[in-house]
Design a protein around this ligand. Structure first.
Ligand code: PLP
Length: 231
């Protein structure tokens, strides 16, 4: 009988195949595109299997509390925080995450900066953009992004490495395209202390399209681990 681990292996092979095919189709064969495993609700043993068997190198964490309860059980991997982060929770994660992808306000950025300074760390972050202007979602509006980046660029202990977005499931392609244009526009502005190295977009339902529109971090949950019991 197949185990849960066998399914993860099969899922990973399929995702990897699809990503490679999309890279070829869209002329990106020579580029490195990270396949991140999004871990919410998934048991540490299963996540560790994805690390050791599938070669997953980066984990995406959504919830501070869940992450705190699981992190010591993980095999070595890079960890990115990708969920909405309250300012009063920054202190719990700052010592162990390699990247915070969900920076969406100056208030949060300045809190990260303050804690990073105390720890003598330069914290890598992505700025999350609410590309479709959805009320229920986190992210800074595209109109406010440039001003925000000029300001964050002055923070000594934060290094902005790119942008992240969670587009709507419906009409995702239109918003992936918009996001790529925004990313290119910002890159061309060459703002001090702001790097555009990473564009994080594409989830289980749209990762091949995200390859088309320039993403280099695909955040994959359910296509790898199966449907979640709660979201
Ligand atoms: C849950 C989640 C994902 C992965 O979603 P799937 O559709 O299961 O692949 C990606 N990014 C964020 C921010 C998430 O919360």
């Amino acid at each position: 009988m197949k185990t849960e681990y066998d399914y993860v292996d099969e899922n990973f092979r399929r995702i990897n195949f699809n990503v490679n095919e999309a890279k070829e189709r869209y002329g990106r064969s020579d580029e490195y595109i990270e396949i991140m495993a999004v871990t919410k609700t998934i048991a540490p043993e299963v996540i560790n299997h994805a690390i050791t068997s599938c070669g997953i190198k980066t984990l995406g964490e959504n919830r501070v509390q869940e992450y705190m309860s699981k992190k010591d059980l993980y095999k070595p991997a890079s960890v990115h925080f990708i969920g909405q982060l309250q300012t009063n929770k920054v202190k719990y994660i700052i010592d162990s995450v390699d990247m915070i992808q969900s920076v969406d306000s100056l208030k949060l950025a300045s809190e990260i900066n303050r804690h990073a300074l105390k720890m003598n760390k330069i914290q890598d972050v992505l700025v999350e953009v609410n590309i479709a202007g959805e009320e229920a979602k986190g992210g800074i509006s595209p109109d406010e992004l440039t001003d925000m980046l000029y300001e964050i660029g002055t923070y000594q202990n934060i290094s902005v490495k790119g942008l992240m977005t969670v587009p709507p499931a419906v009409d995702s392609e239109k918003f992936l395209y918009k996001m790529q244009n925004l990313y290119i526009d910002i890159s061309e502005k060459k703002i001090d202390n702001i790097n555009m190295s990473f564009l994080s977009m594409g989830m289980s339902g749209d990762y091949e399209l995200a390859v088309k529109y320039g993403s280099n971090i695909l955040r994959i949950g359910s296509a790898l681990f199966g449907a979640r019991v709660y979201k």
